[in-house]
Ligand binder design. Structure first.
Ligand code: G3P
Length: 223
C-alpha cells in the first residue's frame, strides 16, 4: 500500500517524507486555500515546491469545469514537473478530459468519487487513480469502506489498471481498514500516518528497557 499525504502544508509533507514512508502527495483547492496559497502563479510554484520535497506522484487539481479549459489547465499543470498528476472532478467533462490525458500518457486522478458507477467511468476513461472519498461518505452515515470494497471487486472483475486511491481518510483506522481491503493507495493527513506509530505497550516497553539498561552495568558498554 502506498502512502500519500493529503495536504498543501510543506512542513507536514517534509515530516512525512523524513519518516521515510511517503510515496506521494494529493492536494485540492481547499487545502491550498487553507495554507494561504492563492493566485495562479503562487499555486503553480507551490506544486513545484511540493514536487521538490517528495519523490512520488503529486496530484494537482484543475479548477475549470468545461472540457476545453480542463485540457488547457491540465496541460499547464502536467508541464510543471514530471511528478504531476492531473486531478479532474468526476463530471462528464472531467471524464472526457481524463480520456484525453490518458491517451497522451499523462497521469490522472479522478476525484470526488462517491459511487461504484463513477469509479467504473473513471476506469473506462483510463484514469491512473480513482479517489473515492470515504470520510465524506461516513459523514453522511454511509459506509465509505464498503464503497472501497465494491470498487475493488468491480476493478478485479475486469482487470482495470486504475488504482484505488482511498481519499478523505480521517484517522488511523481508515488507513488500517483500507489496507485490509487492499486499496492501492491511501491519502490522509499527517495525523493519520503518524497515529499508526502509537501503542501504549510500545511506549511502556521502551521505558522499561531503558530503565533496566540504566540499572545494570551496561553504562560501561561501548556501543
Ligand atoms: O483527498 C480528498 C480530501 O482532500 C478530502 O478530504 O477530509 O476534506 O473530506 P476531506
Amino acid at each position: 500500500m502506498r502512502f500519500f499525504i493529503d495536504t498543501a502544508n510543506l512542513k507536514d509533507i517534509e515530516e512525512a517524507q523524513n519518516l521515510g514512508v511517503l510515496d506521494g502527495v494529493t492536494t485540492n483547492p481547499s487545502l491550498m486555500a487553507k495554507e494561504g496559497i492563492v493566485g495562479e502563479e503562487n499555486i503553480l510554484k507551490h506544486y513545484v515546491d511540493i514536487c521538490n520535497i517528495v519523490d512520488g506522484d503529486v496530484s494537482a487539481e484543475v479548477i475549470s469545469t468545461d472540457y476545453t479549459d480542463m485540457v488547457s489547465e491540465g496541460e499547464i499543470l502536467a508541464a510543471l514537473h514530471p511528478q504531476i498528476v492531473v486531478k479532474l472532478p468526476m463530471i462528464a467533462d472531467g471524464v472526457k478530459a481524463c480520456k484525453y490525458f490518458s491517451d497522451k500518457k499523462i497521469k490522472t486522478n479522478v476525484t470526488l468519487v462517491f459511487s461504484v458507477g463513477q469509479a467504473l467511468l473513471a476506469a473506462k476513461a483510463g484514469a491512473t487513480y480513482v479517489s473515492p472519498f470515504l470520510g465524506r461518505l461516513d459523514d453522511i452515515s454511509t459506509d465509505g469502506l464498503h464503497l472501497i470494497e465494491e470498487i475493488k471487486q468491480v476493478y478485479g472483475n475486469y482487470g482495470f489498471e486504475t488504482e484505488i486511491l482511498a481519499a478523505s481518510i480521517r484517522h488511523t483506522m481508515h488507513v488500517v481498514n483500507c489496507a485490509k481491503i487492499g486499496a492501492d493507495v491511501m491519502t490522509g493527513p499527517l495525523s493519520a500516518i503518524e497515529g499508526l506509530l502509537s501503542h501504549p505497550l510500545t511506549a511502556s516497553g521502551l521505558k522499561k528497557f531503558l530503565a533496566d539498561y540504566q540499572k545494570g552495568d551496561n553504562q560501561n558498554i561501548k556501543v
